[in-house]
Design a protein around this ligand. Sequence first.
Ligand SMILES: [Zn+2]
Length: 330
Amino acid sequence: MNYVILDMEWNQSYPKTDSEGKKKTSPMNEIIEIGAIKLNEKLEFMDAFKCLVRPCYIKKLNSHVKKLTGITSEMLRRGIWFPEAVVDFRDWCGEDRVILTWGYDDVPMLESCLKLYGLETGWIGRWYNLQVIFNAQTDGGKNQRSLKSAVEYFNLTVDEEGHPQHDALNDAGYTAMVCRCLDLERGIAEYGHSTKSMSPSVIAFGDLKVESRRQFPCAVINGRSQCPEAFSVNPCPRCGAPMVRGKWVRQGRGKMIAIGECREHGRFFMQNSIVRNGGERTVRKTVYKSAPSAEEFYAERLSVEEQKAERRAANRAARRAENEMEAEEA
Ligand SMILES: [Zn+2]
């Protein structure tokens, strides 16, 4: 079995807003570069793949992407049309192989672009995030490490002059260097276990005491489940008094969590999950007596969401600054 180490760069559009600042379109991503290295099972170099992809949907190259990757609009105009690029890539990958990436983003990005063009996704096959294997075989860390830090961990060097990062093929090359320092076979065999230890979102719900369960009808509007009642009505499960509530945060896979507090009865951990029954959806709300593990779990999820919100705010600020500069130039 061969290993295909995949890295991609993609362009991002910002959501367009109307005069009142309401979003008219959602942000979108489009792959602009595919880079990959193929290794045999002894982790020896077999071949390299690199191609620039001509964008079809997002015409303007995001300035951050341009700066990060060094790719220009001029270069992309000479790129290959995405459907042709992926057929080349798929053929180059061959049959008996698995895909390895640094991070969780590349393969879902590839899938979503394939779907955008109505193309098949089944050929992607098995893939693994090397961050998980790296963490499991080094210090057991739970965070997603940067590629550069992994390269440096093994006393390898990033050649910023000759082979700068954020070039798809260079990054695939650095990832291959890291691969050779890992026990890939063992990493893949133990992968399921490793993802569990890396993901913070494991909580033993069985250890929490259920105080109440309720189902709420759920409307589906534009493909999104809407059930405001399950989120806004938060009575104490013991006395029915309205609870003071922390923010609802995403737990993942159609689940939201929050902590509520009753003056009289203390703190409760609430989970809303979407239950699909044929075409119908309901929201199941379970209220547990809170426990240190639940508090810790909630705090962790909350901090992840806050960090994401901060990043989005920083991106918006950067975009505004960029618009102002463009306006001044004009
Ligand atoms: Zn109460």
